[in-house]
Design a protein. Sequence first.
Length: 215
Amino acid sequence: MTTVLGIDEAGRGAVIGPLVIAGVIVDEQDQKTLKALGVKDSKMLTPEKREALAPNIKRIAKDYIIIKITAQEIDEKRKRINLNRIEAEKMAEIIRAAKADVAIVDAPQVSTQKFRMVLEAMVKNNTKIIAENYADKKYPVCSAASVIAKVERDAEVRKIEKQHGIKVRTGYSHDPDTIAFLKRCKGDYPDFVRKSWATAINHSGKAKQKALGEF
């Protein structure tokens, strides 16, 4: 029976908290089960619906893998490589660990063929890799990974709020609570802030970040 791995992330553009990449492994036939369950791209679901779906996804899955990349790690790695490369390295790690027959990846860059080739060069196994934009909308197993990643990231952000007694809500630059927190820091940012991000740099008076770019 063919096993399928879906991979997606949550928190790519956030200025606060980790980037979470999740891989969900199912038997091919169970993609229909996921669809019947109501699994969709996490952005199309309410937080309550995502929370309800996550344990059911884990029950249906043969296995799942979650990688959390801290703000500190992102800042450090971006001194050498861009965000697409960081994601590729972690996605390749998941593909190698999963050993699925097929891996479907929600590609973070427009050139999906280039991203697939980079993954293949990193993985070097027999897993067939499919890299597409908006895979989380097209393939139930990627939608499932999207939900798992989002639920895990939300939990991490809530943990940051609780531990530090702050309110940052989503941790994205479009969020007023996030911006208010960054302004209060006046450039003296804690470790959970991505200091290399334009939003953080702009509020610290430093030069703008490098463009996220592609490979």
